[in-house]
Design a protein around this ligand. Structure first.
Ligand code: SAH
Ligand code: SF4
Length: 360
C-alpha cells in the first residue's frame, strides 16, 4: 500500500512538472519581459532570449551563451523550447504537407506552398473544429482543444527548418477556426510580426474565418494589418444553412453588415472564399446572387475547386461550370480568382491528413 502511495505522489509530482512547464514559443516579447522583471532581471534579457529563439534558432537553453547560468536555470524551471514533433512529410513539386504530433498525442497539419512571389504556409489553429461545416474534414472531426500559441508558432519554425529557408507568407486556414481561439491567435500574430521574432509583415498574414461576428468586430480594432478572409460558400441563407451550421447563429445579413463595418473601420479589402460544390452552390443563379450580395463591398472573391474527401458526400464542380461561374462574376466587374490547386494528390485540404492518420 505504502509503495503504491509513494508511486502516486511521484506520478503527481511528475504531472505537476509537466503542467507547470510552458512552451516558451507561447510567450510574446512583452510576456517574456514580465517574466524577467518577475525574477528581478533586466528586460534586455527578453531581447537576448528572442534572438536565440528566433534568429539563431537554438534548441536548448544551454546554448544561450550570453545568459548567466542562474537565469538559464530559472528558464529551465519554467519553460521548454518547443513541444511538437514532426511526424511525416509528403512532398510534391509545389507543395509539402506536414503532419505533427503534439505533446498529448494529437495530430495537426500544415501545408507549405511555393509561389513565384515566395513561400506560404497554411497553419492549423485547433485540433479539429466545432463549426461542423458539412463539406470539411476538420469539422467532421470536432474540436478536441485549442492550439497554444507555441504550437502555432512551431509549425512555422519546423517547416522553415525542413526547407532551410524563410517563409514569406502565413495563412491561418488549416485545421480549426482561428476566431474560436482568438487570444492565442492574437499572440501568434504578435510573435510572427515582431521584428525580433519571426518578422513577417502583417500584410503577409491572412486569417480565414467561417464568420464569428463578435470576433470580426474585435478583429477590426486589431493593431495589425492582417488580411481577413471570410468563408462564404453560399449566396443565400438557405444554402449556407445547409452547408455551415454557424450561419444559423450569424446569418448572412448580419455577417455582411459586420463585414461592411470592418471595411469602414480598417479601410481594408476582404476576401470571400467560395468553394464550388457540384449541384449545390454552383448554378448561374447562385453566381448572380453572389454578385448582388457583395455589390459595393471592397472585396475579391476566391473560387475554390473542392478537394473531395472519402468521408463526405460532396463533389467538386465540373470544369466548365467553374469557368461559367467565374465569367459571370468577372462580367459584373467584381474581382475574382480561381484558386490555384495545391496538393490534391497528397490530401492537402483542411484536415484530410490528420483524419487519415488517426483513422477517424
Ligand atoms: N475555419 C476557418 C479556417 C480554416 S478552413 C474557415 O472556415 O475559414 C480554411 C478554408 O478551407 C475554408 O474556406 C474552408 O471552407 C476550406 N475547406 C475546407 N475543406 C475543404 C475542402 N475539402 N476543399 C477545399 N476547401 C476546403
Ligand atoms: Fe471549421 Fe473552417 Fe472546416 Fe468550417 S471550414 S469546419 S469553420 S475548419
Amino acid at each position: 500500500m505504502c509503495k503504491n502511495i509513494s508511486f502516486f505522489i511521484v506520478k503527481c509530482y511528475n504531472l505537476n512538472m509537466v503542467i507547470d512547464v510552458e512552451n516558451i514559443y507561447s510567450k510574446s516579447f512583452d510576456e517574456l519581459v514580465t517574466f524577467f522583471e518577475g525574477i528581478g532581471e533586466k528586460k534586455f534579457k527578453a531581447t537576448q532570449v528572442f534572438d536565440w529563439l528566433y534568429v539563431k534558432r537554438v534548441k536548448t537553453f544551454d546554448e544561450m551563451s550570453n545568459i548567466k547560468k542562474n537565469i538559464i536555470d530559472e528558464l529551465k524551471k519554467k519553460f521548454v523550447i518547443g513541444d511538437i514533433k514532426l511526424d511525416s512529410v509528403e512532398r510534391d513539386v509545389e507543395v509539402n504537407k506536414y503532419l505533427f504530433t503534439l505533446a498529448d498525442g494529437n495530430h495537426i497539419e500544415s501545408v507549405l506552398m511555393r509561389h513565384d512571389y515566395g513561400t506560404s504556409i497554411c497553419i492549423s489553429s485547433q485540433v479539429g473544429c466545432n463549426m461542423g461545416c458539412h463539406f470539411c474534414e476538420s469539422g467532421r472531426l470536432k474540436k478536441v482543444r485549442n492550439l497554444t500559441t507555441g504550437e502555432m508558432i512551431e509549425q512555422i519554425l519546423k517547416v522553415e527548418e525542413d526547407i532551410k529557408m524563410r517563409i514569406t507568407h502565413v495563412v491561418i486556414m488549416g485545421i480549426g477556426e482561428p476566431f474560436d481561439n482568438f487570444d492565442n491567435f492574437k499572440r501568434f500574430v504578435e510573435i510572427v510580426n515582431y521584428q525580433k521574432g519571426i518578422n513577417i509583415g502583417s500584410r503577409h498574414i491572412t486569417v480565414s474565418t467561417s464568420g464569428l461576428i463578435p470576433k470580426i468586430r474585435e478583429f477590426a480594432s486589431f493593431p495589425y494589418q492582417v488580411n481577413l478572409a471570410i468563408s462564404l460558400h453560399a449566396p443565400n441563407d438557405e444554402i449556407r444553412n445547409k452547408l455551415m451550421p454557424i450561419n444559423k447563429v450569424y446569418p448572412l445579413e448580419d455577417l455582411m453588415k459586420e463585414i461592411k463595418n470592418y471595411i469602414k473601420t480598417t479601410n481594408r479589402r476582404v476576401t470571400f472564399e467560395y468553394i464550388l460544390l457540384d449541384g449545390i452552390n454552383d448554378s448561374e443563379e447562385c453566381a448572380q446572387e453572389l454578385c448582388d450580395l457583395v455589390k459595393g463591398i471592397n472585396c475579391y472573391i476566391n473560387l475554390i475547386p473542392y478537394n473531395e474527401t472519402n468521408n463526405l458526400g460532396y463533389k467538386r464542380s465540373k470544369k466548365d461550370t467553374i469557368s461559367k461561374f467565374y465569367d459571370i462574376i468577372k462580367k459584373r466587374k467584381i474581382n475574382v480568382t480561381i484558386r490555384r490547386e495545391f496538393g490534391t494528390n497528397i490530401s492537402a485540404a483542411c484536415g484530410q491528413l490528420r483524419s487519415k492518420k488517426e483513422d477517424i
